[in-house]
Ligand binder design. Structure first.
Ligand SMILES: NC(=O)C1=CN([C@@H]2O[C@H](COP(=O)(O)OP(=O)(O)OC[C@H]3O[C@@H](n4cnc5c(N)ncnc54)[C@H](OP(=O)(O)O)[C@@H]3O)[C@@H](O)[C@H]2O)C=CC1
Ligand SMILES: Nc1c(N[C@@H]2O[C@H](COP(=O)(O)O)[C@@H](O)[C@H]2O)[nH]c(=O)[nH]c1=O
Length: 595
């Protein structure tokens, strides 16, 4: 896990995703702290907890929860480990047990019950929580205010920082909540993924020698820290020249954690035939290029399993908008100064991590971290915000925001607020319903939504599966007479999140295609249909959501999965959307062909 200094929070480490607090918790003496101080301290702790899965799972909205008894003592804690795992609130009330009665729950962020099952809200209500203190309203428009309203309607007192509670201490606590979900907030407001530019430079401001040699400027300790930063990202990006000069791997070698994808931006596509990035056995690579660039080389990359995405104009903003639509939350730029300058100029970089090594290399033509920005006076320089200084081994790490974390309150009104402004606006009604990420409206249509299903095994006994994705991925290897395939089924089954299940299934399929059952291509649609039918039969609220979409075309907005998804420009087959529509017709008693 990345030390909390990366978020400017106190350096508290969290090792488990749920658990009872130690009896001599430091936040226990109500007499010493005023009410605001106590609220602020517990909210800060919830924010620390929320960061607990960083580096272990792919980036997702971060939730932490602290349950404190009347005396102010911590009775239970929890955090969301991964998308699709138990909500922080459920873990915390479980850990607190009977101490939850009449207790106060502290949440760094309003729960985003995106699947209509309100499990976080229900857990708090059923546990007998009396008061809920919330650090931040949910930044996503379609979720903002829903849980707060639901809790209040159940008679719980809800205090939101900055609305119901105001003071300097509260403001500081709220800041920790903003920091721990900065990627989500920045993404929601700017419609591009949260982007961090990271570089290592010498004391005289060079990122390589004049020859282009750069290994290594920063110390091993700093480079280990970079592995952790990579583990917190959906993808790492470099420019074509860094591939040519460094032949990087860009993997997160921090020990069993989340592995980001690799993205190369190259206009010319004049890239080496062989490169570490073309080895996709552990993690995939996407090359973003100019439309029409070196088609034969595109074919060469495709033959190695590299996805090539063509852009009419290859600039950082277009590329970032594309990856936003593809669901990416957080990206790490590890490019040289040329691409870094283009990215800063187009306003897509939110944060900078600069490792400064106490070395001098000199060199008139040695590259620097940021190329031409067109500024002529020092007064034009960008001032970083919320700057942190930290010594890492012999190096100094300076980090800060290039843009302030947006205040989502006035920018993104809730659905209710929108409706109050313009009653003709019905945000959920459109002829086509796109769904993709589970936190999107209609995210429950995704196979990654955390809804357990029960499916019959070979002998007809019903077995539980944590999600449709778990079941679907495992079916690829079921019945194959090889211990590796059988292990893989078990690993998928016990994967903690749908994303992890997908990663295990896809990577095994890529590495060992011989272990995939031979009839898979002809049965996979049927497998998916049965799993979906179970999911939408056993959860009444999902069934209602599906039926409420009658009349709308359902499209899984996956730009890269051209079989189950709709593709970037509608070129995908959208089999997931089709199956859901078929199922909807079946539930409505219409003939499946009518949809
Ligand atoms: N110390 C450190 O932290 C780091 C050091 N380095 C060092 O930096 C040097 C490379 O620096 P640099 O040449 O700046 O490398 P970049 O990573 O910035 O690559 C530049 C390339 O990015 C591609 N590109 C795609 N779109 C754009 C765009 N819109 N604007 C600009 N470029 C675009 C082009 O590739 P194409 O030509 O293929 O079309 C361009 O040549 C190497 O010596 C490397 O070792 C690199 C990264 C980090
Ligand atoms: N030289 C340099 C860095 N360079 C960055 O790291 C990449 C190499 O990554 P990998 O192949 O995974 O080890 C390289 O292409 C460039 O993006 N990073 C640092 O933290 N410190 C350093 O001194």
């Amino acid at each position: 896990m990345l030390p909390m200094a990366a978020l400017s929070l106190p350096p508290v480490r969290v090792y488990c995703s749920g658990g009872a607090a130690t009896p001599n918790s430091s936040i226990s003496n109500n007499n010493l702290l005023g009410n605001h101080a106590l609220d602020a301290a517990h909210i800060r702790r919830a924010a620390e907890l929320a960061d607990g899965s960083a580096g272990f799972t792919s980036p997702h909205p971060n939730f932490g929860c602290v349950i404190a008894s009347k005396s102010g003592k911590v009775a239970g804690e929890g955090f969301l480990y991964a998308q699709g795992t138990k909500p922080a609130e459920v873990l915390a009330v479980d850990a607190a047990g009977d101490f939850s009665r009449r207790a106060t729950a502290y949440l760094n962020m309003e729960p985003g019950d995106c699947h209509g099952d309100h499990s976080a809200v229900s857990a708090l209500v059923q546990a007998g929580i009396e008061r809920v203190v919330i650090g931040l309203r949910h930044p996503l428009q379609h979720l903002r205010g829903n849980a707060i309203r639901a809790l209040r309607s159940q008679g719980l007192q809800v205090d939101v920082l900055g609305e119901d509670l105001n003071s300097k201490l509260i403001e500081e606590a709220r800041k920790s909540c903003l920091l721990v979900n900065a990627p989500l907030i920045c993404r929601a407001a700017s419609r591009v993924p949260f982007s961090v530019l990271k570089y290592a430079m010498t004391l005289d401001g060079k990122i390589a020698a004049s020859s282009g040699h750069a290994a290594w400027i920063s110390s091993k300790t700093s480079r280990n820290r970079v592995f952790e930063l990579r583990g917190r990202s959906d993808a790492v990006i470099v420019g074509g020249n860094t591939v040519r000069k460094d032949n990087p791997r860009l993997t997160a070698r921090h020990g069993g954690g989340h592995m980001p994808m690799r993205i190369v931006m190259s206009q010319t596509l004049d890239l080496p035939e062989e490169a570490h990035l073309w080895d996709t056995s552990d993690v995939s690579t996407i090359v973003a290029t100019q439309r029409g660039a070196r088609r034969h080389f595109q074919k060469h990359l495709a033959s190695k399993g590299i996805e090539v995405v063509e852009f009419d104009i290859l600039n950082p903003r277009e590329v970032m908008e594309y990856f936003h639509d593809r669901g990416y939350l957080s990206l790490l730029w590890e490019c040289g100064g040329t691409l870094a300058a283009a990215a800063i100029s187009s306003g897509v970089i939110h944060k900078v991590f600069a490792f400064v090594a106490p070395k001098i290399i000199g060199g008139k033509n040695a590259p620097s971290p940021v190329g031409e920005l067109g500024m002529v006076e020092m007064t034009q320089a960008f001032d970083l915000i919320d700057v942190c200084y930290e010594q890492v081994g012999p190096d100094m790490l300076i980090s800060g925001f290039l843009q302030p974390i947006p205040d989502v309150t006035p920018v993104i009104p809730s659905v209710d607020e929108t409706f109050e402004i313009d009653p003709t606006v019905t945000p959920y009604e459109s002829r086509i319903i796109f769904f993709y990420k589970t936190w999107d409206p209609y995210g429950a249509f995704s196979n990654f939504s955390p809804h357990q299903i029960k499916m019959p095994d070979d002998s007809g006994d019903y077995e539980p599966w944590l999600s449709v994705e778990h079941y679907y991925q495992a079916q690829k290897f079921v019945g194959v007479d090889d211990p590796v395939a059988q292990d893989c089924v078990e690993n998928i089954k016990s994967a903690r999140s749908p994303e992890e299940a997908a990663r295990i299934g896809r990577s095994m399929q890529r590495k060992r295609p011989d272990l995939v059952r031979c009839e898979w291509e002809s049965v996979k649609i049927e497998v998916m249909y049965r799993a979906l039918k179970c999911k939408f039969s056993i959860y009444p609220h999902l069934n209602a959501m599906l039926l409420s979409s009658a009349g709308c075309v359902l499209v899984e907005a996956s730009p890269h999965d051209l079989f189950w998804g709709g593709g970037r420009d509608g070129e995908g087959l959208n089999y997931l959307g089709r199956l859901l529509m078929q199922l909807r017709s079946e539930f409505l008693g219409e003939s499946p062909t009518s949809s």
